[in-house]
Write a protein that binds this ligand. Structure first.
Ligand SMILES: [Fe+2]
Ligand SMILES: [Fe+2]
Length: 280
C-alpha cells in the first residue's frame, strides 16, 4: 500500500469516526491529568458531568480488573480503585471501544485488551516492574490499532478473522504489514503519540510484537507482549489470530521469568481473568 493510501485510512478514520469525536469530558480529563497537581477528587468531579461515561467507568472498576473488597458505587471510589495512571488509558480506550462495539471483532478485541491489562498487572508484579500502572495501560491499549483496522479496513480485517485459526497463517502483525504496508502496532503508536502518551508507552504499543526494536521502553514492550500472549493462551485471543507466538519463550527469558515463576503467573492470570468474566 502506498503512503498516500495509509494517510487516507488514518484521515478517514479521524474525520468520520475519529478520536476527535470523543466525549468532551475525556478531553477535559486528559487536560487535567497533564498537571501532576491534579487530585483524584478533581478528576472525579470532571467525569461526573458525563453520566454515561461515569457509569462505564464505575462498571469497569467493578468488572474484575482490580482487587476490591467493596465494589465502587461512586465515581470518586471508581477513580481511586483505577488510579490516575490507568485512568488516562481508559479515557482513551473506553470511548473508542464503546463507540465501535457493533463493528465485527471489536467486542473480542476489547475483551482481549481487558484480559491483557490484567495479565500485564500480574506479570509486572511478578518481575517487580517499577511502573505497573504504565504496564496495565499498555496492556489495555496495545491493540487499539486493530479497532482502526476493523472500522476503516473492514474487508481486510474480515478476511483475517476468516483465517484466524488457519495453521498456515502468519501472525496478525506480519499479515497486516504484508497486505497493507503497516500494521496495528504502527496505528496504535500513532494513536498514543497523538494523545501525548509518555514515550515508553508509545514504544510499548508500537513494538509489542517486536520488543527487541524498542529503544526507550524495551522491558515495557516485552512485558506487554508477555501479557498479550498469556491473555491469548487462556482463551482471550485476538479475533483475527488465535495462536500464541513462539517469540514468547525469548520474551520470558528477557524478563527473567523461569518455568516455576511462569506457572505461578499463569495460575494468577487464570484466576483474575476468570473473575473478569464473572463480573462481565
Ligand atoms: Fe497486537
Ligand atoms: Fe493483543
Amino acid at each position: 500500500m502506498e503512503t498516500d493510501e495509509q494517510d487516507k485510512i488514518f484521515e478517514d478514520f479521524e474525520r468520520e469516526n475519529g478520536f476527535s469525536a470523543m466525549p468532551e469530558v475525556v478531553s477535559e480529563v486528559l487536560f487535567a491529568l497533564q498537571s501532576s497537581r491534579t487530585t483524584m477528587h478533581e478528576v472525579g468531579e470532571i467525569i461526573m458531568r458525563d453520566p454515561g461515561f461515569s457509569t462505564r467507568l464505575i462498571h469497569y472498576a467493578n468488572s474484575g480488573a482490580y482487587f476490591t473488597a467493596v465494589p465502587a458505587s461512586s465515581i470518586d471510589q471508581a477513580v481511586r480503585i483505577i488510579g490516575l495512571g490507568p485512568l488516562k488509558g481508559l479515557c482513551l480506550g473506553l470511548p473508542v471501544f464503546t463507540r465501535y462495539k457493533h463493528v465485527l471483532g471489536v467486542r473480542e478485541i476489547w475483551a482481549h485488551s481487558r484480559a491483557t491489562a490484567i495479565c500485564c498487572q500480574i506479570v509486572s508484579e511478578a518481575v517487580r516492574f517499577p511502573e505497573p500502572d504504565t504496564a496495565e495501560t499498555a496492556g489495555l491499549l496495545h491493540d487499539i490499532g486493530k479497532v482502526v483496522l476493523a472500522v476503516s479496513a473492514g474487508n481486510f480485517f474480515l478476511s483475517q478473522i476468516q483465517v484466524a485459526d488457519s495453521p498456515e497463517r502468519k501472525p496478525d502483525w506480519k499479515q497486516e504489514k504484508e497486505h497493507l504496508g503497516f500494521n496495528h502496532c504502527f496505528i496504535g503508536g500513532w494513536f498514543a503519540r497523538k494523545f501525548q502518551m509518555p514515550p515508553p508507552l508509545v514504544e510499548a504499543i508500537l513494538w509489542h510484537h517486536e520488543y527487541e526494536k524498542s529503544r526507550y521502553g524495551r522491558d515495557l514492550a516485552c512485558l506487554c507482549m508477555v501479557g498479550d500472549q498469556i491473555a491469548a493462551s487462556i482463551g482471550f485471543s485476538h479475533p483475527d489470530d488465535v495462536f500464541v507466538e513462539p517469540g514468547l519463550v525469548g520474551a520470558l527469558k528477557h524478563l527473567g521469568i523461569d518455568d516455576a515463576l511462569f506457572r505461578r503467573i499463569m495460575t494468577r492470570c487464570l484466576e483474575r481473568v476468570a473473575r473478569m468474566v464473572a463480573y462481565d
